[in-house]
Design a protein around this ligand. Sequence first.
Ligand code: NBG
Length: 833
Amino acid sequence: MSERKHDFERASLSKVGEHVRTGLSPEILGRAILENLYYLQGRIPRVATPNDWYMALSYTVRDRLLERWIRTVESLQHNAKAVGYLSAEFLMGPQLGKNLLNLGIFEQVQDAAAKLGLNLQDILEQEEEPGLGNGGLGRLAACYMDSLASLEILAIGYGIRYEFGIFDQEIREGWQVELTDKWLRLGNPWEIPRPEIAFPVGFGGHTEACFDDQGRYRVRWIPEHVVRGIAYDTPVVGYRVNTTNLLRLWKAEAFESFDLRAFNMGDYYGAVEEKVASETLSKVLYPNDEPVAGKKLRLMQQYFFVSCSLQDMLRILKLGGKAPDHFPLHFAVQLNDTHPSIAVPELMRLLVDDHLMDWDQAWQITQKTIAYTNHTLLPEALEKWPVALFRTTLPRHLEIIYEINRRFLDDVRKLYPGDEGRAARISLIDESGERYVRMAHLAAVGSHAINGVAVLHSELLKRNALRDFHELYPERFFNVTNGVTPRRWMVLCNAGLAALITGKIGDRWIKREEDLRKIEQFADDPQFHDEWRRVKMNNKTTLAAFIKERTGLLVDPESLFDIQVKRIHEYKRQHLNVLHIITLYRRIKRQPGLDCPPRTVIFGGKAAPGYTMAKLIIKLINSVAEVINNDPDMAGRLRVVFLPDFNVRNGQRVYPAADLSEQISTAGKEASGTGNMKFAMNGALTIGTLDGANIEIREEVGEKNFFLFGLTAEEVTELKSKGYNPMDYYTSNHELREVLDSLRSGFFSSGDANLFRPLVDSLLCHDEYMVLADYQPYIDCQDRVNRAFREPDKWARMSILNVARIGKFSSDRSIREYCRKIWEVNPVRVAID
Ligand code: NBG
């Protein structure tokens, strides 16, 4: 009936021409914007605010996504196999520009806006980006959503609709100050709330065992309280295809608007408190880089979104008339790190307790369905939850975990009789002191596939963190090197470069990354060099203006833009970069005629609020900047900038303007990195260590086109085991000693000799990340950079070759690998009649 009505509407509409909700001509778009302004914002143009226009335009674009979206969801319900991507973070970035690009209506909308006297660029600026992630991991999930849709793979991204995303960063007197991110304040035109798609999620309470009337052993969980997860859906349209997938984020609400029982007893406020407590669940994103302590709310968040998501997949299965044992035929569930690994016992619980399936069958289904991606080797970041906390929060899940573990350890002991050391190491429960549930082990047992995110990382995973698992199940281990979407990270953020490339080789490269190779033939073409440099200069000029606006500092676009943007962390070694800056500063002071190109060193990145050392590194950068930028001897030679509030939007301004990309983590510590790929895609040359995906980038672009320095991962381990003494480097390296002494003397802190003491002491006493060992090789490598920058043709050639050979790092390639190696899903063409 509703189908017929739909058809009727279409037929009648086609007679009158374009529909105001779907038409794509500038005239119709313009009319649609005005209608939405009036009917959805309740405004007329004369009094409309910039946000009103942004909302009106966004609804206009969303209207144009809806038919594609509805058709895609239909395909899902017809049981084509889909990916369920479970991630506690989705760092989606601004949506409007990306949707215009993927729909192919950028120009039309620009025209329509112009006819209304509006500037599209200003409207784009208006959007508050959904910062529902910390950094690489969350942004990876967003790039994967873009590629999944663009490759016509059906997928649902499942996560949490945090009311407050990652904090906004301000710099006051050189220190980071965190401000709450109120991204929903002015409304979010992209999401559609689905109050009827809601699931109960229990917490606490106890379990009761019994035998049912057929004599089967059953367990009932009686939770102490129950919250409700409501779906909020955002469409994710692929590039120039119909496929429009779902990003389904869960918001927590109280189960009833208020507890009637409490209300009747006169405890109105008690009932409201319950409501408030339930809603706290999806209030705020936890910043990472803090030791994963027993934060109960965080565990509750993880269980909350995982339970809703699995219940939702079971619902979709049922809609298609399929029994729960069809789960792995219709969904490939990917765990983005261990944050969603509670999915293993939760799927078991749903199948065994709710659907009355027997254990063995449920276990088979669980393992066939789930796969796990590891994103870090840092021991302090490997999640573990105190057993005691688990017992009070998720008592039934703890029982299930114990049962999984009992069976698992039985198998292990059969294979390695008498090897109790191994059993203790591999157990899901860490019993060496206070007892903990090891979430990575839980994810590994419950999955049919385990992967790292770059070749080196996957190897180290097998060799160290999951060694025992690898010995047991070598066939479960894979590597899928990360990638980033060229739509956002080239076409959208670097229109000049994209136009230049497309002018030479056509635009197929936007979907077929291997096509980029075709620009290699222009690597020695002087005219192409000129155009290439002109694009870069334009981007640098734009960034310079932005730096002026945000920091008040004037920087010269002719200087070498040397950029490090990423989370602030000791292993990423922003402080090594600072040691180079101070070295350069001292050299120029000592020898004013020193021949080196002018440099602007730019930093950006947030520090976790509880990570004192990272915050001190931000202060250090700003203090050094203060001295250098105010020293007349440095004019035209050296500038240092800390660009506050690095996020997706600012990233789009930064990557296209870089000459040099700093990827200088201690080898073996950065799982992959993805900023490294974004820089290279935009023609920056990398100075980097053999870490994460740097290794593969260097392999692809050619070692001559990459500035390599530093210890290898093996050398790091070896040096550590031999006994690393940072003091040796301090005493034997005169220049390094002076640099560190200048920090200790208070020279960069207005005479306060104590300010940077914790940092210098940590370098001299432990130097966990081997900054001092890599200091001299880094400085020497920077000298090579200086020499190369002096030869513009050589530099342009290297830059062109970086872009021409970077195709591998498109997230389309990563997603194709996941589809083939792990998910066994195929593209489905979504038809629109
Ligand atoms: C991060 C790694 C990065 C990697 C991204 C995406 C976590 C836990 N890990 O190196 O540090 O690029 O994940 O895989 O955020």
